[in-house]
Design a protein around this ligand. Structure first.
Ligand code: GLP
Length: 264
């Protein structure tokens, strides 16, 4: 795991967008794993800008979103599918048939989960997985006690998350109580994963996720098992970490980061 601390949320988001852009430049058919939530909105804004101003090409890439609410149809304004259309897909030259979000209104939800896993395998697996972190340490909708080897399935949404996410709903009481989510194991199978966390509210859970013991109570701690996981944060989200000097030293000295160091 690497932890990269940037001076601001904007700089952290730009760094994440650059990493996605570089993935697509190197491999135009890359399979991207995408996330929703407020934290990643500036990443999608920057990707839309890179497409508009610098010709970043999405025409051959494929995407799989982490999760979707059970019971919300793709055109429901509160669904993650709709959010992705508005925030990213409609703003870049991606082909709709190459974008995948679990179907929250599938008649047979278990079959939908199995098919989603199979589709990821059929596309050769996820090259780059973008993640946020919930207040309870979830990734996707892998709420506390999610098995660390879990696959795509239906999960009950925990009370903390209901509180956190219902703010985004037009009528908060209508927020679904269940979601379809890639499992922790599905996420760990990605070749490269990047978790973005910004703002002081994420500082404590981020420190537990990065520096605490691995536990199913905090799904994000499983990322410590991932062979290539980068945690990109602003100074506020980094404020409870103990190893910041060491993390900064790596960023200043690893040749891999050279091209990214000067963007404040
Ligand atoms: C939702 C999503 C997660 C996301 C989390 C963080 O629950 N299922 O994938 O990481 O929200 O949200 P925010 O970025 O708004 O704090």
């Amino acid at each position: 795991m690497e932890v990269i601390i940037r001076p601001s949320a904007d700089a952290a988001s730009r760094l994440v967008a650059s990493l996605i852009g570089d993935t697509l430049d190197r491999n135009p058919v890359a399979v991207l794993g995408l996330a929703t939530g407020r934290t990643v909105v500036p990443v999608y804004n920057e990707l839309a800008r890179l497409h508009r101003d610098e010709g970043l090409d999405f025409s051959n890439c494929r995407t799989f979103n982490l999760d979707e609410y059970v019971g919300l149809s793709p055109d429901d304004p509160d669904s993650f599918r709709h959010t992705m259309d508005v925030r990213l897909f409609n703003r870049v030259n991606i082909k709709r048939e190459n974008t995948h979000v679990p179907n929250g209104v599938a008649k047979d939800l278990d079959a939908e989960c199995l098919a989603y896993e199979q589709r990821i395998r059929d596309f050769g697996g996820i090259d780059f997985q973008l993640l946020g972190i919930g207040d309870d340490g979830h990734i996707g909708f892998n709420e506390p006690l999610s098995a660390l080897r879990s696959r795509t399935r239906v999960k009950a949404i925990a009370p903390d998350t209901l509180r956190q996410n219902s703010e985004a709903f037009s009528s908060p009481e209508s927020m679904p109580r269940r979601g379809i989510t890639m499992g922790v194991g599905t996420i760990l199978d990605s070749r490269h994963c990047v978790l973005l966390a910004t703002g002081e509210a994420k500082a404590l859970i981020l420190a537990k996720a990065v520096e605490g013991p691995i536990t199913a109570m905090i799904s994000a701690t499983a990322l410590q098992l991932h062979p290539k996981c980068q945690v990109i944060v602003d100074e506020a989200a980094a404020s409870q970490l103990e190893g910041t000097d060491y993390y900064q030293w790596i960023f200043e000295n690893e040749p891999e980061w050279e091209a990214y160091r000067n963007d404040e």
